[in-house]
Design a protein around this ligand. Structure first.
Ligand code: TYM
Length: 327
């Protein structure tokens, strides 16, 4: 039986990269599969120094955001990771199967521990194992993620194979489902990915940005000195990244986008892209603002989601505990 699982960290309002790389396809998948789980990965959010009251608010904001994007709690199980204790329990078992050198080679560790004052916690180091536990705890078969998560998914597959080899065939090997777009890049630096933690305010478009903010961010987007609109990610990463965003929000191919933009200079084109993004985000922003006032409802959705997730997780963890020899 196919099961879809994915997660997102509750670190602030999601951005256009989260939406185009993952959330948009989450909405489609709930129509195609019967069992769909989306987790607000709060255990992942404490792998770097964090502030409790910010985290508390971000969890509810993320719930509002997922609903505003079109995730329907009647079809998808939306829940807070920490409320299902088996995530941490299975992660421990999988940690004991994972070698240190395997984790040392993952790019997120290399990048993130350099920016941490504590030189990176043990939790940050084993974070990809927790992610593997998230996925395997539901015997998930499909994992919709953006392409920055490919290596984490490979680790999950390797871990499932290793477990199966040691303890007997148990976990299905989960497959990735890539989002509507490839990686979405920072508007200030087309060589780095759009990220929630980017200190440059103009680099990241958030789902709750006002139309004015969106226009400003696209107007200031870094391009080059050629005024024509072309799609050539190697030689013209700036304008190509705009074409990629435009293509992902409209659903039109990059070749069609380029054709339609003939005769426009990049300054005019930036406003066209901003406009397409505004069209897409406006309804989400309005729904998000409405839902943020419905805290009781959001808590109820998360409570119900956690109950359903626990029901699915418990029998899987129970079998794992048996296989490992705890029972
Ligand atoms: P997170 O919270 O960083 O991102 C959530 C989703 O957004 C995608 N994404 C992007 N896609 C395209 N371009 C970008 N610039 C961009 N930035 C982010 C991510 O690929 C992701 O799909 N560790 C995960 C959360 C997680 C998870 C899981 C995911 C925890 N457990 C189990 C899948 C399965 C994370 O930090 O995603």
């Amino acid at each position: 039986e196919p099961r879809v699982f994915s997660g997102i960290q509750p670190t602030g309002i999601p951005h256009l990269g989260n939406y185009l790389g993952a959330l948009q396809s989450w909405v489609h998948l709930q129509e195609q599969y019967n069992t769909v789980l989306y987790s607000i990965a709060d255990l992942h959010s404490i792998t770097v120094p964090q502030d409790p009251s910010t985290l508390r608010a971000s969890i509810l904001d993320m719930a509002a955001c997922l609903l505003a994007c079109g995730i329907n709690p009647a079809k998808s199980c939306i829940f807070q990771q920490s409320q299902v204790a088996e995530h941490a329990e299975l992660a421990w078992i999988l940690n004991c199967l994972t070698s240190m050198p395997r984790l040392r080679h993952l790019p997120q560790w290399k990048v993130k521990c350099q920016t941490q004052k504590n030189e990176g916690s043990a939790g940050l180091f084993t974070y990809p194992v927790l992610q593997a536990a998230d996925i395997l705890l539901y015997k998930s078969t499909h994992v919709p993620v953006g392409d920055d998560q490919v290596q984490h998914l490979e680790l999950t597959q390797d871990t499932a194979r290793l477990f199966n080899r040691i303890y007997g065939d148990f976990f299905p090997i989960p497959r990735g489902i890539m989002g509507t777009s490839k990686k979405i890049y920072s508007l200030r630096d087309p060589s780095s990915k759009m990220s929630k933690s980017d200190p440059q305010k103009l680099a990241t478009v958030r789902l709750t940005d006002s139309p004015e903010e969106i226009v400003l961010k696209f107007r200031k987007a870094v391009t080059d000195f050629t005024s024509e609109v072309t799609y050539d990610p190697e030689r013209r990463p700036g304008v190509s990244s705009l074409v990629a965003i435009h293509s992902a929000v409209t659903g039109l191919g990059t070749d069609i986008i380029v054709q339609q933009s003939r005769g426009m200079d990049t300054a005019q084109y930036k406003l066209t892209v901003a406009d397409a993004v505004i069209q897409k985000l406006c309804p989400i922003r309005e729904e998000m603002q409405r839902l943020q006032r419905e805290q009781g409802y959001l808590r109820e959705v998360l409570y119900q989601g956690a109950q359903r997730a626990k029901e699915m997780a418990a029998p899987v963890y129970d079998s794992v505990a048996r296989l490992v020899g705890f029972r």
